[in-house]
Write a protein that binds this ligand. Structure first.
Ligand code: AMP
Length: 401
């Protein structure tokens, strides 16, 4: 259990309650194309409304880099949240975020009202955790609630700095749920515990590999990063993505797995093509070969069919599964088969299944398996850092229980 005070430990009746949410949703032509993060934020917001708080929401969206950029305004989020909550979420349009408009909107609030501030990254200080903007945010609030798991691996004004200038800083339900699921899986898993890692580069996941190898029973590697492992085994991997500087690291991890008596599964066959598809979803000629038989002029772009079965079998016997990163270039339907097979095996098991955010979350949702998973994290970077065993600054900043 997370040892931080939560919204259940406070009474916000009549209090100005500043809530840091993660409303960093994808937008296309002003329309939200994936609203999972909004839906995930509702339980905390509803609870604070029901308690009679004055609920002031804030978030970043995209990377406006300290300048007001209309295409990254949170206005569309306010409109959609109003629908989801069934009550008005007043949008405090304000290029200073905490400028005259925002202050006036907060001033006019009654108990149970909801206001959404403008994109916190309109302010250059936000990502530098600057004092002035942290104080401005705190000046709007009697109480601070952090429910933005997706930003918890960053120390910014709106999730960390602000906590220094309020008396009470607690976490929301989403933050609690994320940490409970990920924390239980890593530190107290029902075994066998199978961890599946994919994605492009080994270098991005060094610490996750090392930490999960200690905690899990079986570590499965797929995606682009598998080829550095295969090369470390002495295989010819053709023109596949390889991180030459990390070959020794992969050798070390394979030795470590052996020493710890853990299974480390690598692709036994691989889907290859002449070149990387361009555009990424282009029609492409592929074939499947054993992993030790990749021709010098070919590139591995997905796990092969035998590997997909091997990985699905490992998932079948697991009681806990954590998955982060696609098994191949899943943006291309021809190269998505390995990722789909793994997603399907997770959907079909009774094990606790946890999907790290980012591409694997998107893949699972697009395939329609979302509601079959025990938990889909709303944070890509944050869940990876958590799986590395790091303390997340956004969580650490909340008051201890
Ligand atoms: P990441 O952001 O590290 O999770 O990596 C996700 C990206 O890895 C996706 O865009 C995939 O297209 C890419 N990827 C997966 N497998 C491969 C591969 N075999 N070769 C090159 N890129 C890959």
């Amino acid at each position: 259990m997370l040892n931080k005070k939560s919204v259940d430990d406070i009474n916000v009746k009549g209090l100005r309650t500043l809530v840091r949410c993660d409303f960093n949703v994808p937008l296309k032509d002003g329309k939200i194309t994936d609203e999972n993060r909004l839906v995930a934020a509702l339980p905390t917001i509803k609870k604070l409304i029901a308690d009679g708080g004055k609920v002031i929401l804030c978030s970043h969206l995209g990377k406006p880099k300290g300048e007001p950029k209309p295409e990254m305004s949170l206005a569309p989020v306010a409109a959609r949240l109003s629908q989801l909550l069934g009550q008005e979420v007043k949008f405090a349009a304000d290029n200073e975020v905490v400028g005259p408009n925002a202050k006036a909107a907060v001033e006019a609030m009654k108990d149970g009202d909801v206001v959404l501030l403008e994109n916190t990254r309109y302010r250059i200080e936000e990502t530098k955790n600057g004092e002035a903007f942290s104080k401005e945010l705190a000046s709007l609030a009697d109480v601070f609630v952090n429910d933005a798991f997706g930003t918890a691996h960053r120390a910014h004004c709106s999730n960390v700095g602000v906590t220094q200038y309020v008396d009470t800083a607690v976490v929301g339900y989403l933050m609690q749920k994320e940490i409970d699921f990920l924390g239980n899986a890593v530190n107290n898993p029902e075994r066998p515990f199978v961890a599946i890692l994919g994605g492009a580069k080994v270098a991005d996941k060094l610490n996750v590999i090392a930490n999960l190898l200690e905690k899990c029973d079986t570590l499965i590697i797929g995606g682009g990063m598998a080829y550095t492992f295969l090369k470390a085994k002495g295989y010819e991997v053709g023109t596949s993505l390889v991180d030459n500087e990390k070959i020794d690291y992969c050798k070390e991890m394979m030795e470590k797995a052996e020493k710890l008596g853990k299974k480390l599964l690598l692709p036994i066959d691989t889907t290859i093509a002449k070149e990387f598809p361009n555009p990424i979803d282009a029609e492409i000629q592929v074939s499947v070969v054993d992993s030790n038989a990749i021709p010098a002029d070919m590139m591995g772009l997905d796990i092969g069919t035998k590997t997909a079965e091997l990985y699905a079998d490992a998932v079948k016997s697991a009681k806990t599964v954590v998955w982060n990163g696609p098994m191949g270039v899943f943006e291309n339907p021809i190269l998505a088969k390995g990722t789909i097979a793994v997603a399907k095996s997770l959907a079909e098991t009774d094990a606790t299944t946890i999907i790290g955010g980012g591409d694997s979350a998107a893949a699972v949702n697009t395939l329609g398996f979302g509601d079959k998973m025990s938990h889909i994290s709303t944070g890509g970077g944050a869940s990876l850092e958590f799986l590395e065993g790091k303390e997340l600054p956004g969580v650490a900043a909340a008051n201890d229980r």
